[in-house]
Design a protein around this ligand. Structure first.
Ligand code: DX5
Ligand code: ZN
Length: 224
């Protein structure tokens, strides 16, 4: 099973409720929340206040992707806002081990992520501690960027590490995932797909969601 995690970064925030309900009805598994602070990445999005609003709209897993400095200082605020899991960047968290522990102590699932130029080996010491590894397939900061194919080897390396060490973390991908790139990442080992502009940026959200899901499921079937 490939899970779908639409990112509301590309949603129309004046119609957020309606659009979240649309992807939920289409079969979304998680709602991906891109939190940006204008420091770690050159863009600002939304914080716990909006997340608390999203929590009232849906029971789906809320998957927070923190692209912020001093992430430790904000973990509790996002937990209180109602997220189910928090993913942090290895480049922005100098005490990653402790940050993962803090996320778990808040009763949440923990994810770690890395930018396209960051090697997977940096994460290896913590891979047994996390529920999720997110491979950024674009530079974080904006929706609508082009998928970077060189990241495929990192997805494969994670799949191999997971197999060798008998671990169970999800391998999630984020950035430029559409019906063309979804099969590539699924074949490389991804099992959770984040898509923003290729879902919410399309005139028919339901149909756009279905297209990506179908291409991902077809890729998975080919592997079996
Ligand atoms: C980028 C974000 C992504 C973004 C992906 O920094 O982490 O989650 O929403 O957008 P698309 O799918 O448009 O590349
Ligand atoms: Zn994201």
């Amino acid at each position: 099973m490939v899970k779908m995690a639409p990112s509301i970064l590309s949603a129309d925030f004046s119609k957020l409720k309606e659009q979240i309900e649309t992807v939920q009805a289409a079969g979304a598994d998680w709602i991906h929340l891109d939190i940006m602070d204008g420091h770690y990445v050159p863009n600002i999005t939304f914080g716990p206040l909006v997340v608390a609003g999203v929590r009232k709209i849906t029971d789906l897993t809320l998957d927070a992707h923190l692209m912020i400095e001093n992430a430790d200082d904000y973990l509790q605020a996002f937990q209180e806002a109602g997220v189910d899991q928090i993913t942090v960047h290895v480049e922005a968290c100098p005490h990653l081990w402790a940050t993962i522990d803090k996320i778990h102590q808040l009763g949440l699932k923990a994810g770690v992520t890395l930018n396209p130029a960051t090697p997977v080996t940096l994460l290896e010491p913590v891979l047994h501690k996390v529920e999720l590894v997110l491979v950024m397939t674009v530079e974080p900061g904006f929706g609508g960027q082009k998928f970077i194919p060189e990241t495929l080897v990192k997805i494969k390396a994670l799949r191999e590490f997971k197999r060798r060490h008998d671990l169970a973390f999800h391998i999630q991908v984020d950035g430029g995932i559409d019906e063309t790139t979804a099969p590539l990442v699924v074949k490389a080992g991804a099992d959770v797909l984040v898509s923003g502009s290729s879902i919410f940026g399309q005139p028919d959200i339901k149909q756009a969601f279905a297209k990506i899901k179908k291409s991902a499921d077809a890729a998975l079937a080919q592997m079996a």
